[in-house]
Design a protein around this ligand. Sequence first.
Ligand SMILES: [Zn+2]
Length: 255
Amino acid sequence: MGLRYFPFLGLGLPASERCFRQVPSCVLAVGCVPTWGMPLPARRLSQSRSYARPRMSEPTLTVDQYRAAVEAAVRAAISDGRERGREELRPIWFQPTPAPDRKSVPNALRVEVFRRDTFTCCYCLSKVIPEPILRLLGRIYPDEFPHHPNWKAGCMHRAIPLLCAEVDHVRPVARGGSNEISNLRTACAPCNTRKADFLLEEIGMTDHTDEISSGWDGLTGSYRQLWESQRDESGKLLDEAYQVLWVKLLSPAAQ
Ligand SMILES: [Zn+2]
């Protein structure tokens, strides 16, 4: 069945969508928040899961507390019925959070974070290497040290994710964290993957920023020389469009 239009009302929207356009302002007025970014897409306007009660203060729970609540709910649901199980889940009830405003960290800021942390993972103190340098080595040695732009499993050397420098948000973006440099840390890819959208205390990780004393440069001191010394069969610089930007950003002379 097609949607009916009321063009004489001037909005040119399907009547159903035009009605639902009022919903966000109503739910905002009673203190709820949209869980999708605004403006809400038309198909989300009428869905109750598009809106949520705001979370005033998010409790920080440990993995032990989550496990205890899940265990209690399982046992209560079996022995005392579904409602008792629900009560056991109360301390950890799921609450949707507003859709985060995911702005990627600008490249220059990434480099600033890596330099501040002397190319060292703040969580495990592993010395890391920026991906462009690993990628360049992959271009020089495509068979021995392959790099894949999307990190496709089986197509990339396993040292790359192990050594790759990434930027982590201490307070995750999904939990309201910002791109302020004070909220950013250098992390190795394994630590960054493990931390995901957790807070450090939730996942039992520690910020060791104050203990970094490596003086490691992430091989940035050799990067420009490596790039400029290598050519393809036709005499062209390798991966030029990508590398030229990063050589400029990462080379010590750019500081
Ligand atoms: Zn690490």
